[in-house]
Structure formats: C-alpha cells, structure tokens
Design a protein around this ligand. Structure first.
Ligand SMILES: *[C@@H]1O[C@H](CO)[C@@H](O)[C@H](O)[C@H]1NC(C)=O
Ligand SMILES: *[C@@H]1O[C@H](CO)[C@@H](O)[C@H](O)[C@H]1NC(C)=O
Length: 251
C-alpha cells in the first residue's frame, strides 16, 4: 500500500515547522537580561547581553571626599559625575556574557587628557561594582590598550579589574614607553587628536570570569590568557600603530 500523495496543506505545515525550527535556537540563546542601564542591578547567564559603563574623568573625581577606600559607583549622585558642571564623559557598552570582545572608544573628537585622563568601569546600583581608576592620558603620555576582566558570582557582577601585562606587549617597540612598570604608552603629541598622525582610540579587550546564575563557569578570561596571539586587536587595522597587542603574529 503506497502512502497517499501529500496534500497541499502539508507543504504549508512543513514550511511553518521549518520556520519554527529555525527560530527556536534563537529563542533558546536569546537574551534574558532586560536591564539596559549600567546603573541597574541584574543577574546574567551565558549568552545574555550585559550593560556596563565607563566613566572618564580625573582620578580624584572618582573618590568620595578624597577617600580612595570608598569605591562609589559613578551612578551614585554623591560623586557628582552626572551633573552638567562635571566635565566627565560616559560610555555604555553591552557585550555578550562570556564572549571575548574588543571595545573601542573613538577619540577623534574626544581627548581623554582634557577630561581628566582616567577611567573607571562600573555597573549596578544596590549591588554596585566598579574598577579602580585606570590612567589613560595626560599631556605627555597616552595609554591606548587595556584588558578588563568582569568577574561574576552566580550571575551577579562582583568586581571589575584592569589586567596588566607589565609592559610585555610593548617591550622593544620604540614608539612605546613603559609607565610605572605596567602600562605601554605612546607620546600624546603623536596622537591625531593632538595634531599627530596616530589614531589613539582606546581598545579595551574584555573577558569574563566567575560563574553565571546557573553556576556555569565563565571561561573567556582563560581564553584571553591562552590565546593572546589571536587577539582581536588585529582586526582593527587603523589602530595597529597605537595598540600594543601581539597582532604582529597574525599579520
Ligand atoms: C574614528 O572616527 C574617525 C572619524 O569619523 C575615523 O576616521 C576613524 O577611522 C575612527 N577610528 C576608529 C578606530 O574607528
Ligand atoms: C603624565 O603621566 C606620567 C605617568 O604617570 C607622569 O610620569 C608624568 O609626569 C605626567 N605628566 C604630566 C605633565 O602630568
């Protein structure tokens, strides 16, 4: 007995099923984090987007009453960073959790040294976390490449820290000087935003560590450590003169 010929309806149903199947992986991997402000609290799982901020200002402006041990978030109005009289700038990013990302801040119309020369990465409100201020630039030196580790515990951001390589990435490169044994810097006068020729946009390589809200380990930090030679900096050809990662291995 041969099966009956397919009715036209089957074709429609089949197409509908295919659409559903095609859509379902997207649904499964979809973002479940609906907090889009860097000043809100959230917990995340892998494949979520996660919003955090970077504030640019002077080092002292990140301390409440000049006290370095009180780490207030830039979202906290007591720091006064969001008032119109403050010269600070704010950038918000939304990388995918546990994916290695390279964030860039285009400095063609923004000179970090003129707004104070330091930056702090932060997220959260009640459970606020923030990094220490990192030196970017003054009138003499500019640091253009950074690695930021976002550390989560059960999906909640616990800590953000700048990872330094002790100038290993710029040793022997004549354009760079090593500042304080930790940061590779170029002369600010070489930067395009100071009439030089080098694009001194900032590159911030991002990595995740700790656990998500389902206790899954976030591993991208280990990948950054082990796979440095595959650094994303290589993809940004217009930054190669100012960024110090090991892009030479790729190009
Ligand atoms: C920054 O913006 C300028 C002007 O739009 C552009 O020419 C330059 O390539 C940009 N740099 C980066 C790193 O995107
Ligand atoms: C710029 O920063 C470097 C490194 O911290 C420091 O040695 C230098 O004195 C500073 N220059 C100015 C003009 O502030």
């Amino acid at each position: 007995m041969s099966p009956p010929p397919p009715a036209p309806m089957h074709g429609v149903l089949l197409r509908l099923l295919l659409v559903l199947i095609a859509a379902s992986p997207a649904v499964l991997c979809d973002n479940t984090n609906h907090v889009y402000s860097p000043c809100g609290d959230t917990t995340v799982q892998r494949s979520d987007g996660f919003t955090f901020g970077i504030a640019f200002s002077s080092r002292t402006s990140f301390f409440y009453n000049g006290n370095p041990s009180v780490r207030l978030s830039p979202c906290d109005s007591r720091l006064g960073l969001s008032t119109s009289s403050s010269s600070s700038r704010l950038a918000a990013f939304r990388p995918k959790v546990d994916e290695i990302s390279l964030l860039t801040v285009n400095t063609s119309s923004f000179s970090p040294d003129t707004v104070g020369g330091y930056m702090v990465a932060f997220a959260g409100k009640k459970y606020a976390a923030r990094s220490l201020p990192a030196f970017i630039a003054n009138s003499t030196f500019t640091v253009t490449s950074f690695t930021l580790v976002l550390e989560f515990k059960k999906g909640r951001l616990e800590n953000l820290h700048w990872k330094r390589d002790g100038c290993a990435s710029c040793s022997g490169k004549s354009n760079f000087v090593c500042l304080n044994g930790q940061d590779c810097a170029i002369k600010t006068s070489n930067c395009k935003n100071h009439r030089g020729t080098v694009d001194c946009s900032l590159g911030i390589q991002l990595a995740f560590s700790g656990t998500d809200k389902h206790f899954s380990a976030l591993n991208s930090w280990y990948e950054v450590e082990n796979l440095r030679q595959y650094s994303l900096y290589g993809l940004y050809s217009n930054l190669r003169d100012s960024l110090t990662s090991q892009y030479n291995k790729l190009f």
